[in-house]
Structure formats: C-alpha cells, structure tokens
Design a protein around this ligand. Structure first.
Ligand code: KIV
Length: 271
C-alpha cells in the first residue's frame, strides 16, 4: 500500500523553477498556527519559523537565548497550518556551531520532531562542513548571509553589512560556496542592493532578500513587523502593510470599557 500523496505544497524544486521563470518568491516569518493559517491561505510561498521568535514571541533583546526545543514547539503549530507553503525552521544559536556531528543531529531532530521541510543556518565558509554533512544526510538547507543576527555581539550592532570591498568579496565567495554545497536558497540580510543583485545573478539557487533591495529572487519580512505590530521598530527597509498595533490596542480598550460599564456581555451574548 502506498501512502504517498500527490500534493500542491511548495517544494525546493518548485522554488528553483520559480527562479528560472523569473517568478518572485514571497516569504514571511510565522510562529503560531492561527497567523500561519491566514498567511498560508493568502498564498505565501515559504513560512519561516525564524529565531526572531526570540524577540517577537519571547521578548528577548537578541535571537541568542532561544533553544532547539522552543523552536520545535513553535514550528509544530506552523507545520499544522501550512497547506501550501514550504516550512523552514531556523537552527538557533549554539545548535550547529560546536561540531559537524552536533549540527547534523540537531538538524535531523528539528526535521523529525517539528515536521518542517527544511532548516536555515547563518554563516558561510566557516559552517560549510556542517552544511555539506546536513545536505548529504537529506536535510534541505537554506543559507543566511550579510547581517546574521546570531553574530550581533561580534558585529557590535545591527547595521548594514558588506559596505566595504573585503566583506562584500567574502559574502559573494560564501554565497557561491553555499550554492555549490547544495543549499536550496540563500537569505541575504541588510546589505547594499547592488551587491545583493550581483550575488543573485552569480548563484543558481533562489536568493531571498531582507533589506537587500529589489534585485533578489524574492523577499522576506518578519510578520509582526510588516503587520505593524512592533511599534518601536521601523528600519528603512521595512514597509508596514497594516497598522495592527492600533487595531489591537483599540479593540482591547473597547473590550475593557465594555466590561467595566457592564455592557459586555449583553442578553444576546448570554445563555
Ligand atoms: O529569524 C528571522 O526572522 C530571520 C529573517 C529575518 C530572515 O532570519
């Protein structure tokens, strides 16, 4: 008996085909079943359970504290929601840097326990052995270059990366290595648009930009940021596609007032 089901879900092969056809890839982060269901229904290509969950879900200052088990917990809900999108889970800080073996063990654990389709890792040549080993083990890998937030303490902040020639050359070199190793896609974060376009042309896999201009094969944003839920955060690259902070606060204020003046619940809202 075959349990193989033909489905219309996004695959890494379809993403490569999109690049070949010049069709842009739309990716958003997601951390829970309810919002992931809405974004999936809207037709998103990739749902990324980003380690930005450490900031937007857990309230940490950086992405560093979130753990493998916390990422798996969040990813399970997103996987249950995804009828169409490819689901990618970020490998958190410390889960792939220590040794190749540990990296592969954690990647396999994430795939097996969360049910996601692929993992994402930050870095280039220095983590290439781990990436190669993962891909050889059957784990689809998305790379991430440029501003890699897990290295914030090394960078000393979240500023634009690869402005200088040496760093730009290393980034291009790293992107080619990730592509040759078999990464199915690469995220480029907060780098000059000209460099991002050059990398996009130089590699065979789809390149997804965030703060990397319009010359990439696709774009990604943090869901809470693009929905305007995160009021204090408005970098130049971010567009607010909604103003949900105002909507949520307005609804909460109305609810509080209705409870306090006893107008909620009314007779029709009671049994
Ligand atoms: O964790 C995250 O949200 C990310 C995106 C910014 C690409 O890595």
């Amino acid at each position: 008996m075959s349990v193989h089901v033909q489905n219309s879900r996004m695959t890494t092969a379809k993403l490569r085909q999109m690049k070949a056809n010049g069709e842009k890839v739309a990716m958003l982060t997601s951390y829970d079943f309810t919002l992931a269901s809405l974004v999936d229904e809207a037709g998103i290509d990739i749902l990324l359970v980003g380690d930005s969950a450490s900031n937007v879900v857990c309230g940490n200052q950086t992405t560093l504290p979130i753990t493998v088990d916390e990422m798996i917990f969040l990813t399970k809900g997103v996987v249950r929601a995804a009828q169409h999108a490819l689901v990618v889970c970020d490998m958190p800080f410390g889960s792939y840097q220590i040794s190749e073996e540990e990296a592969v063990r954690n990647a396999i654990k994430i795939l097996k326990e969360s049910g996601c389709d692929a993992v994402k890792l930050e870095g280039g040549e220095e983590i290439l052995p781990a990436i190669r080993h993962m891909i050889q083990s059957g784990v689809p890998v998305m790379g991430h270059l440029g501003l890699t937030p897990q290295s914030v303490n090394q960078f000393g902040g979240y500023g634009l990366r690869a402005k200088e020639e040496a760093e730009a050359a290393k980034l291009l070199h790293d992107a080619k290595l990730l592509d040759e190793a078999g990464c199915f896609s690469i995220v480029l974060e907060k780098i000059p648009a000209v460099l991002a376009a050059q990398v996009t042309k130089a590699v065979s896999c789809p390149v997804i930009g965030i703060g990397a201009g319009n010359g990439c094969d696709g774009q990604v944003l943090v869901l809470h940021d693009m929905l305007g839920l995160n009021q204090g955060f408005k970098p130049k690259f971010l567009r607010h596609f909604a103003k949900l902070a105002e909507t949520v606060k307005g609804a909460a204020s109305e609810y509080i007032a209705a409870v306090k003046d006893s107008s909620f619940p009314n007779a029709e809202e009671s049994y």
